[in-house]
Design a protein around this ligand. Sequence first.
Ligand SMILES: Cc1cc2nc3c(=O)[nH]c(=O)nc-3n(C[C@H](O)[C@H](O)[C@H](O)COP(=O)(O)O)c2cc1C
Length: 266
Amino acid sequence: MRTIIYYFTGTGNSLAAAKKIAADLGDCELVPIASYMDTTEDIVPPAGRVGIVCPVYDAGLPVIVAEFATRLSLAGTRYVFAIVTLGGTGVSALHQLSHIIQKKNSRALDAAFAVKMPGNFPPVHRPPQGKERDVILTAADKQLKEISARIKKGEQVTPGFSLLSSLMHLATYRFFAGAVHAGDKDFSVSDACTSCGTCTQVCPVKNIVIEKGRPVWQHHCEFCCACLHFCPVEAIDLHSMRGTKGRGRYRHPALKVDDMKVQAGR
Ligand SMILES: Cc1cc2nc3c(=O)[nH]c(=O)nc-3n(C[C@H](O)[C@H](O)[C@H](O)COP(=O)(O)O)c2cc1C
C-alpha cells in the first residue's frame, strides 16, 4: 500500500524516525508539513496509508502540526498512524492529534506511538552527547523497527497514557501555543555571529532574515530551536527559563543543513 508520511522536525529526530519507517514500509513519500504553511485549503493525501511524525512541544503538538491536522481530510485513507518523538514526557500530544483527526474525519488515529529520543530543549534538557546520545538513538531505532512491523500488519494501537503528561498538557500547553509565534523575542545573538546565514537556511518556517549581518526573528516562530542548534559558533541563545548558555547543543547525527532546506522548500 502506498504511504505518505507528513513530518515536522527541528533537530532531525522526527525526520530520522520518518525516514526509518519509510524505508521499512517501502513505496513511501515524505512530505514536509511546513510545505502547507501558506495554504488554507483541506489536504487530501493521495495514498491509502498516512503517517504524521513530529516532536512533542510542551506535552502537545507543534502549533504548525496541530493546524495542519485540522485540514487533513482522510476520506480516501484506509490507515492513519502517528509517531511523536520526545525527550521524556508528552504522550498527550498523540491524544491531541487523535482528537483533531476525529473531529475532522469522524475517526481516530489507527495507531499512535511515542519514541524517546534525545531531548533538544536546552532550557529543560541538557542535550545528551556522545555515548549517552548513541544509547538513546540505538534504543529508538529498535523501537522504530517494531513500530514499522506493527504498521505493516495494520494493527490498532491506542496512544499510551501518562498522568504527568496530561497534567503538563492541561497546565501549560495552552500558554505555549498562544505565545509561541512571538516567543522568538527570547532569542538573542552574540558578537560571535559570523553572518553565515545558516540560521535562515535551517528555519523550517522561514522566520529568520539577516539584517545588518545579524539574524532577526520575524515572530512566526514554531520554537523548533533549529537556529539555536545549527549555529556553527553557538552565537544564538535563548533566554527563557534557565537559558541556553553552556547547556550544550544537539542535532541528530544524520541531519544535514540540506535536509532542513528541503523541509523549508528552499
Ligand atoms: C519548545 C520545545 C518543547 C519541548 N517540550 C517537550 C515536552 O513537553 N516533552 C518532551 O518529552 N520533550 C519535549 N521537547 C523535546 C522534543 O520533543 C524532542 O527532543 C524531539 O525528539 C525533537 O524532535 P526533532 O529533532 O524532530 O525536532 C521539547 C522541545 C522543544 C524545542
